[in-house]
Design a protein around this ligand. Sequence first.
Ligand SMILES: Nc1ncnc2c1ncn2[C@@H]1O[C@H](COP(=O)(O)OP(=O)(O)O)[C@@H](O)[C@H]1O
Ligand SMILES: [Mg+2]
Length: 384
Amino acid sequence: MTRARVLAPGATLGVLGGGQLGRMFVHAAQRLGYRCMVVDPEADSPAGSVAEQHLRLRYTDARALDALAAGAHAVTTEFENVPAEVLRRLAERLPVAPGAAAVAVCQDRGLEKATFARCGVPCAPHAAIENAAAFDALSEGLLPGILKTAQLGYDGKGQRRVERVDELAAAWRELGGVRCVLERRLDLACEISVVLARGADGELVSFAPFRNLHRDGILAVTQWPAPGIDAAAAARADAAARAIATALDYVGVLCVEFFVLRDGSLCANEMAPRPHNSAHCTIDGADASQFDYQVRALAGLPLPAPRMHSPAVMLNLLGDLWRGDRAPRWERVLELPGVHLHLYGKTQARPGRKMGHLSVTASTLDAADAVARQAAAALGIAPW
Ligand SMILES: Nc1ncnc2c1ncn2[C@@H]1O[C@H](COP(=O)(O)OP(=O)(O)O)[C@@H](O)[C@H]1O
Ligand SMILES: [Mg+2]
């Protein structure tokens, strides 16, 4: 395989979506001397407000696509639900990574699970729910389960827990009667994620797995390297994520989430075709972050393996920590050693909204965890 055409620093990189992932991509791109063009309708979008150019348009707007084709040299996405069709149309005019086909898979739980199966990667027992008739054919073995919309779910949204068969119809109606997947609810020992970067030439590098604690369906705490995961399990997760990226001929940064079951076995849960919240601690804990790799993969630059220089613990800072418009008193965490505070510039704090994150680095994970617990106590985040 040959290396893709290299976009030299100075080129303009387009980003579909203007959230915090786009903002951290822009920061990484600008450090390397690239210029950024962000497409997001919101005036104060986190990425739009730091990019050289902010197109205040929807990414489905033909004018946005024309402006990208005219002004950018390559395009990536920071938002998982950019319609694959938009990426396909853009790719006729300039390089787009990740590609439409791979993104379409990551947008659909059914296609994701089919990809896991094709790669020999286990996932939770499940059944597709296309219509109400599907309930009659279900095996009891899928209950208690979780009914999830096949598309557009995130942060635990688009899901209903179901204990008994007779609850299914109501749960499905509550989810809008759309195409769903019913999954058996598994007894999880913990959750981990693998984040990797793959270039157009097939070069592939990955970070050691992250261990993730969710609360109310939203990531709350990440520990890196994942405690309680032995080298063999980490290697299995890594190999599975690599196989999936290769099967999809994926270009860019990909996250694969896994469940670790009580017996130590792994089940793939879902994928994100972009940098992932669980790998934010690579900004402060590694010599290249997931966003650095997103820039490199898009620009066709080399992808040397990352080196973790500091174990890290990441805490998400949700809008719940704000009192009205009043932000937490940051000096209470900034006085702690190894604390890296990242705020996304969002002006409206709402419960569950990701306003920022905080990574604590130290020479050992235990030391980072101890400081992270102090930070959590100072901010009013529940201990883990
Ligand atoms: N089959 C399952 N068994 C047990 N817990 C699950 C299952 N599916 C999801 N969960 C829990 O719900 C969380 C969110 O589900 P996920 O499918 O990752 O959706 P989202 O798109 O909201 O991240 C998971 O991280 C996990 O904690
Ligand atoms: Mg998830």
